[in-house]
Design a protein around this ligand. Sequence first.
Ligand code: NAD
Length: 470
Amino acid sequence: MTGFTMTISGAAATGDGTFDVVDPATGEVFAQAPDSGRDQLDAAMNAAARAYRHWKLDDRARRRTLLDTAVVLESNIERLARLLTSEQGRPLPEAHAEIGWATAWLRYYAGLELPREIVQDDRSGFAEVVRRPAGVVAAIVPWNLPIILAVWKFAPALLAGNTVVLKPSPFTPLATLAMGEMLREVFPPGVLNIISGQDPLGAWMTAHSTPWKISFTGSVATGMKVAAAAARDLKRVTLELGGNDPAIVLEDADPGRIADDVFTGAFMNNGQNCMVIKRVYVHERRHAELVEALAERARTARVGNGFDDVQLGPIANRPQFDRVSELVTDAVAHGAVAAAGGRALDRPGYFFAPTILTGVADGIRIVDEEQFGPALPVIAYRDLDDVIDRANDTPYGLTASVWTNDIARAADVASRLECGQVTVNAHGNGLRPDLPFGGHKQSGIGVTNGPWGLHRFTEIQVLTAPARVA
Ligand code: NAD
């Protein structure tokens, strides 16, 4: 599969060369993507800066184009979903769902009105806090959810009146490039530029003098480099980074009833979502029962090529496959027992058996680090205060969940957890267009989604006048 082009100033653009894109279900190269050099990056930034002058002026046109974008994605859903499954590995129905969420987010933003923030309106004067766009936004996306995470960035950035230069991950550039091609007639030239390249392109973007803001989703390690690059000329940043998200199962929770939701909360997208459950702490009286219920689901999960009738596809790329394998091997070397899985599948591609680990404790890498894959440690605890401390004893702070029939107790536990979202009796239910999503501690800076996320793509301006401004 070849023929993918970048979108710069509304036109097709090739790179200085190309780089390989690998199908994780086979481990084979199946496409090439354009490798943007500095000249193409400059062209994209210049186009975005030119387009900004007009784009910021017409609020209605901006809302209309977001609605048009949703329609274009819907009418091309099959092609986009197939590209996502080919490059990222997730089952085709989930790829469809990702495009569906993207359209829901686009429609939400198209209708999002921010209330006016009038501080004074009387005979002695008028004062209002106004949110203004500020120019070009550089948007950098990881490989786990390429389309939805791109939309989370460009939809609010464009709605606010900014223009965008967006780079997908080098592991998953194709659906995003195709989306750019589909949207060339929707946006005026230069408003949404999509360029592809390898990791150095991301570093060039963050060091470039044109953007006023970087919206980045990816690992903590890269997020720190982005923050350091942004500090050189005080660019604004939103950083959506990794997590080590705990699920805390209280003594009264029924393992048989919650196992399906805990399993889904940990293994959706093959464990490769920033906010999935990365470690389960379960009261010691319920531990054996929950381990067996989760292991049963792991053993019977259908794993295979995302184009077949499966629940879980391959791990999305070779480095991530190696990392998950390494963390599971390390855990077993430290005494962990695999109640299910524990090894790669003996077939081509990056397939790993869904793994439930017991006999693990804090201090083991798979508990302390973000595994980002289909391997879940399930840890027994006795004392609730102690386990809350252990859940918080991490540099991460993205999401958590509490599982109990006692909602008041769950709310008390939630109030003591250091993270951006807590869900009771489910995991990740706060991931909605109208709720802010972001991490405490090293899981990020700022939030995305809702009016709170939109504000992050604006600068505040105070307007004072002798009388009310209409
Ligand atoms: P990554 O940090 O390796 O790469 C992310 C993006 O940054 C890619 O596009 C990459 O090319 C680019 N990049 C690499 N080096 C760069 C540099 N020096 N400057 C600027 N950009 C650079 O992350 P990944 O492996 O693609 O994604 C997985 C990580 O993303 C996990 O840690 C996961 O938790 C996190 N994530 C977070 C969220 C969230 O909303 N909090 C959502 C999804 C994924």
